[in-house]
Write a protein that binds this ligand. Structure first.
Ligand code: UDP
Length: 363
């Protein structure tokens, strides 16, 4: 029983790593399950890919489709032709995709057309914002998925509204949190901690990479200005996503409190998040990690596909208008930020649940 595990971009690696561990555990118990790890090459440099393999103990990919670079359509086409060639040479019983990146969508389409069943981990989440490429990827992937593994009850409800049969929806929890809980004892102080003389709860972490925030120089400048004006002079550490880096080069923001870094390793980044005063972000995964670690989180987006991080967790949606930043930071500094709880089944055991379902129901 051969499963193709698809990974292509940064937020995939932390979702795939615990699945591989869980499969290996079942293999050691003589269960007939095997996998082929396929890296599409969507993210390919050390900071966005290689480091995660090393830190999270992911084995070297069995196949690399080397489909990095180019526009969304060019990337989709390269991934699809590469994966189709592979399946024609050597097919699989199941194609398992995680999350909402181009690779997830592209490989699920190819698999379905090659009569290979598709499993989607993190199925059913919806922001309702069709300007996000990820939302399109989610909808297309779920429209051809056979087995839906969900992080929340709400995600399952979204799928049912779209006509998905209940028997194909499995509420299992969050594989990203499996990784977080497995790796938490090994978080690593980043090398700049002492150079910048950082102290716990006396700095902010900032990440921005959504087109709505970073593709227009005026918007990015207004956001950065508002953040720096209202963070009381505390250091703001900003690991810069490659998409954002291009824009920042042109802007050259200068402030003693703003510290730009390369995209960080997982262990260093989450060390920083865990000890921060708060995180300001437009990432999806980071809001989940903040929720589990109880770190105040402000999301610079108008919608979220992860509403549980707001209704249950520590996250608040501020929108993309910089005027929302000041009142939110005031609330934080006055000690009024909510504490939050951890969503159901975000307990570190999600990957084992998925693999057990694959063995008993799917394969
Ligand atoms: N992350 C990281 N280093 C960084 C920034 C983020 O390891 O410099 C991790 C973060 O802990 C989370 C994941 O990357 O696990 C989130 O990825 P990203 O924000 O790119 O994607 P999204 O979740 O928005 O799809």
């Amino acid at each position: 029983m051969k499963i193709d595990l698809i990974a292509g971009a940064r937020p995939n690696f932390m979702k795939i790593a615990p699945l591989i561990k869980a499969i290996r555990q079942r293999q050691s118990e003589n269960k007939a399950i095997s996998f082929r790890l396929i890296h599409t090459g969507q993210h390919y440099d050390v900071n966005m890919s290689g480091n995660f393999f090393e830190q999270l103990g992911i084995p070297a990919p069995d196949v690399n489709l080397s489909a990095g670079g180019g526009s969304q359509a060019e990337q989709t086409a390269k991934i699809m032709t590469g994966y189709e060639r592979l399946l024609k040479e050597s097919t699989a019983d199941l194609c398992l995709v995680v999350g909402d990146v181009t690779s997830s969508m592209a490989c699920s389409i190819v698999a379905k057309k090659e009569k290979v069943k598709v499993a989607h981990v993190e199925a059913g989440i919806r922001s309702g914002d069709m300007t996000m490429p990820e939302e399109i990827n989610r909808i297309v992937t779920d429209s051809i998925t056979d087995y839906f593994f969900t992080t929340t009850v709400q995600a399952g409800e979204n799928l049912k509204k779209n006509g998905v049969a209940e028997k194909n929806i499995f509420f299992v929890g969050n594989t990203m949190i499996d990784t977080l809980l497995q790796q938490r004892p090994f978080f690593k102080q980043p090398s700049f901690w002492s150079t910048l003389a950082l102290n716990p709860s006396e700095y902010f972490v900032l990440t921005l990479h959504r087109p709505s925030n970073v593709d227009h120089p005026e918007q990015l400048t207004r956001l950065l200005t508002a953040i720096l004006e209202h963070t009381h002079g505390l250091p703001v550490i900003f690991p810069v996503h490659p998409r954002t880096a291009k824009m920042l080069e042109a802007l050259k923001p200068g402030s003693g409190n703003l510290h730009l870094t390369e995209p960080m390793g997982y262990l260093e980044f989450n060390y920083l998040v865990e000890k921060s005063k708060a995180v300001i972000t437009d990432s999806g995964g980071v809001t989940e990690e903040c929720t589990v670690m109880g770190v105040p989180c402000m999301t610079l987006r108008n919608s979220t596909e992860r509403p549980e991080t707001v209704t249950e967790g520590t996250n608040e949606l501020l929108g993309t208008d910089p005027s929302a930043i000041q009142p939110a930071l005031q609330k934080l500094f006055s000690g009024q930020w909510k504490r939050g709880t951890i969503p159901e089944k975000w307990d570190g055991k999600t990957s084992s649940r998925i693999v057990d379902i694959l063995i008993s129901t799917v394969l």
